[in-house]
Design a binder for this molecule. Structure first.
Ligand code: PAZ
Length: 327
């Protein structure tokens, strides 16, 4: 028998890593409920609209995944992501006419709620003399926008919100979402802004109970999370328009790393951002382009996501047209 060549070897390794990840992951409690909600959402938004085809649907991932250290989890490895990028982008995708599946980290920023204070319940509301509760003057506009716009998007069936916490939940949910997204072909987009753990403790290797203190060194073996972007592009939803993100703290390596990810995972675009300037500027890297996108600083309330989503929405439309011509 011939020895497998290098790339087959790598593929087999990835396949076995992916299988090991899903085999050992604790099953989602609400799997059937998620599948039902998704199918309904995608069906609803696939009914033909004014142009005779269904809406474009984007899955926006947002916030950071945790990697638990114990099965009855007390401690976990987390990251900095606030979910601001995903929540803001969701608002602009809705404005651009998309239906949005918002896959977000529990407790992270929510669409339409970005201008609310950290503790909205206690800070936005006040008790009157008669002990009735009313919205305080300072936040009345922000609260109204949050409630009205959020309810409008959810109630009209344009926004489906699905929360995750752990890397196990996130990747299982992304796989579940990919299934019906695959069926809608190039109308589907993935906008993968979540900061996904690079390392995790496989469930079967994890201690059940709280790790006890007492020794000077905590010896926990973390293994690399399989590179699911490859699997998403190759198997889960090969025709969907796929945008991933690359974050670095060293601007000297950012574009090189983004280009590497673009080629390695066969993305349609990689959005490169640097930690300290991520709310001001991003660079969209494609196979033949490198476009710097900036927030309009002359407007106090402009977001970098405004021009970013405009650009990606145009690219997605062109991709859909190209796909039609190739059929
Ligand atoms: O969530 P946030 O608004 O605080 O930050 C956004 C971001 C930097 C997490 C996102 O733009 C991003 O780059 N996500 C991918 C990170 C990575 O795994 O490289």
């Amino acid at each position: 028998m011939d020895a497998p060549n290098g790339s087959q070897d790598t593929e087999q390794t990835l396949d076995s890593q992916v299988k090991a990840f899903f085999d050992s992951a604790p099953p989602l409690q609400n799997r059937n409920d998620i599948i039902q909600k998704l199918n309904h959402f995608i069906q609803l938004n696939s009914l033909s609209s004014e142009n005779g085809i269904g809406k474009r649907i984007v899955c926006v991932t947002s916030g950071g995944t945790t990697a638990p250290l114990e099965q009855r989890c007390v401690r976990y490895v987390d990251n900095f992501s606030s979910g601001h990028r995903g929540a803001t982008s969701t608002e602009y995708f809705l404005k651009a006419g998309y239906a949005v599946i918002f896959l977000y980290r529990r407790g992270s920023f929510q669409p339409f709620c970005r201008s609310l204070p950290d503790d909205p319940l206690l800070d936005c509301f006040e008790a009157t003399e008669g002990l009735n509760i009313q919205v305080g003057e300072a936040y009345s506009k922000a609260v109204k926008t949050a409630i009205v716009d959020h309810h409008a998007a959810v109630n009209s069936g344009l926004l489906l919100k699905l929360p995750f916490s752990t890397i196990f939940e996130y990747l299982q949910m992304l796989q579940i979402i990919s299934k019906p997204m695959k069926d809608i072909g190039p109308r589907a987009m993935f906008f993968l802004a979540a900061a996904v753990s690079d390392f995790y403790v496989p469930w079967k290797d994890m201690v059940e109970h709280k790790i006890q203190s007492g020794s000077h060194i905590l010896d926990v073996k973390l293994v690399q999370v399989p590179k699911m972007l490859s699997v998403l592009r190759k198997d889960w939803a090969p025709v969907a328009f796929c945008i991933s993100f690359k974050l670095e703290t060293d601007s000297n390596i950012l574009i090189k790393k983004a280009r590497g990810a673009l080629e390695k995972y066969n993305m349609h675009a990689v959005v490169a951002n640097e930690l300290s300037t991520r709310k001001e500027q991003v660079v969209v890297v494609t196979i033949d382009d490198k476009i710097t996108v900036q927030r309009d600083k002359s407007k106090a309330d402009d977001d970098v996501e405004n021009p970013l989503i405009k650009l990606l929405s145009q690219r997605h439309s062109a991709y859909i047209e190209d796909s039609k011509r190739m059929r």
